[in-house]
Design a protein around this ligand. Structure first.
Ligand code: HEC
Length: 399
């Protein structure tokens, strides 16, 4: 396919994916909030079967929300469901994943320095992890473990850690992160499709027939929505971390991802508790401290001058040679790379002036996070990275 068309498809899909994701998570945050802010209603409402009510003002009008203990006496003609937000987020995400990582497997999914997979094998592993992840999760939620939320949560956390480790040893760092995100997203959308929606249909059915709803449906749906609540922040972080190589390109990137998981789930936990009025400020404080500790632990090593040793004399000409050899094929006004035919990320590194201007970005990507050159296609050496680092440390002079 023409790379220009692929780029537009990519942009359009990403746009749709982000918008639908905002609608899904926004609605889900809103309903968690609603549930936790219901007030004790006046007697006349209680007589109608209303268990909690709430008043709000928004966008120029007053809203009165009432939650029924069982259901309305008569089914209203129009009932809103909130399910397409979840389905469209999953669908747009899946098409985007396919376009970028499966059609473009050679570029984004397969990193020969990690595992030299064929395109077919890589795609098979990717799809198997997404489908398999859902099946294993779903089976576990149907066992007796479901009665002990904490134990089940810890087992799931252990499994997702193992999967992250396996994928980082199989795919490119980005591909691995994106697949862990896809597994989590599939679990969340699967929960809506296979459990939460059927339980709502059962509820509606029981109201229409005027019978008691089967309570087992409610319990199942509750477990799955609780999981979804705790997964919202980790999944968003994993998705956007794909733009931050200091996170995904770290040697122990699978452990970094799990650290982020814990930090972001703690933050969600705080808000859930806060809505119920029993928040503990120590939880977000712990999350922030853990987050900073994580950032500190994965910080790139800085080249420290050895006492008594004169600093390395840097020749700008050698810097230019290194960058021209290792970077300019993809970062030039006239790219020579056969796949990346325009200056990638808008970064042009033709002249020493260009290089000096981009020094902080060169530091971030080629010296610290080491995810440039892209999958080290041009085979930069560690010594060359260190040389660039020294050049920048000494002020990126060009004469
Ligand atoms: C094989 C192609 C290829 C080579 C070689 C390459 N890059 Fe890149 N570069 C990319 C692609 C693709 C992107 C856009 C995706 C991204 O940002 O991760 C990019 C983006 C960047 C960015 C922009 C993003 C930002 O963080 O501002 C910088 C800086 C960068 N590369 C630096 C370098 C340096 C320095 C080298 C050489 C040491 C290099 N690249 C070699 C393909 C390449």
């Amino acid at each position: 396919m023409d790379p220009y068309i692929t780029e537009w498809l990519n942009l359009a899909l990403r746009f749709a994916h982000v918008i639908t994701g905002i609608a899904w998570i926004g609605a889900s945050f809103y309903f968690v909030w609603l549930d936790n802010h219901l007030e004790n209603p006046p007697q006349w409402k209680k007589d109608k079967g209303i268990m909690g009510d709430l008043w709000a003002v928004h966008g120029g009008g007053f809203y009165e929300v009432a939650k029924y203990r069982h259901g309305p006496e008569k089914m209203p003609e129009i009932l809103h469901w909130f399910k397409w937000e979840a389905y469209t987020t999953w669908l747009t995400g899946f098409v985007l994943l396919t376009l970028m990582f499966y059609v473009g497997a050679d570029i984004y999914l397969i990193d020969p320095s990690v595992a030299d997979l064929s395109q077919g094998t890589a795609i098979a592993i990717g799809l198997a992890s997404i489908v398999g992840g859902w099946i294993v999760y779903d089976i576990l939620c149907r066992t007796k473990l479901a009665e002990n939320g904490l134990v089940l949560g810890l087992i799931l956390m252990g499994l997702i850690t193992a999967l992250s480790y396996y994928l980082t040893q199989t795919f490119s760092a980005r591909g691995a992160f994106m697949h862990v995100g896809a597994v989590i997203g599939t679990i969340m959308a699967g929960n809506v499709f296979f459990t939460i929606m059927p339980s709502q249909r059962a509820l509606v059915d029981s109201v229409v027939k005027g019978v008691e709803a089967d309570p087992s449906w409610g319990a199942k749906a509750k477990l799955r929505s609780t999981h979804n609540t705790y997964l919202t922040l980790p999944i968003i972080f994993i998705m956007i971390s794909n733009h931050y190589p200091m996170v995904f390109n770290h040697e122990y990137n699978w452990a970094v991802m799990m650290g982020i998981f814990v930090v972001t789930a703690l933050i969600r936990q705080y808000f859930v508790a806060r809505h119920k009025g029993n928040e503990n400020v120590l939880v977000p404080v712990a999350a922030v401290i853990l987050g900073i500790a994580l950032a500190w632990a994965i910080a790139p090593e800085k080249a420290v001058p050895v006492a008594g040793q004169a600093p390395l004399v840097i020749e700008p000409g050698k810097v230019k040679t290194i960058i021209n050899d290792r970077c300019t094929s993809c970062h030039s006004k006239a790219n020579t790379d056969e796949l990346f035919t325009a200056a990638q990320g808008g970064i042009i590194l033709d002249t020493l002036d260009d290089m000096a201007r981009m020094a902080p970005r060169i530091q971030a990507r080629a010296v610290d996070a080491k995810d440039m050159p892209f999958m080290n296609k041009t085979k930069i050496t560690d010594d060359e990275r260190a040389y660039l680092g020294q050049w920048i440390a000494q002020g990126a002079v060009i004469k």
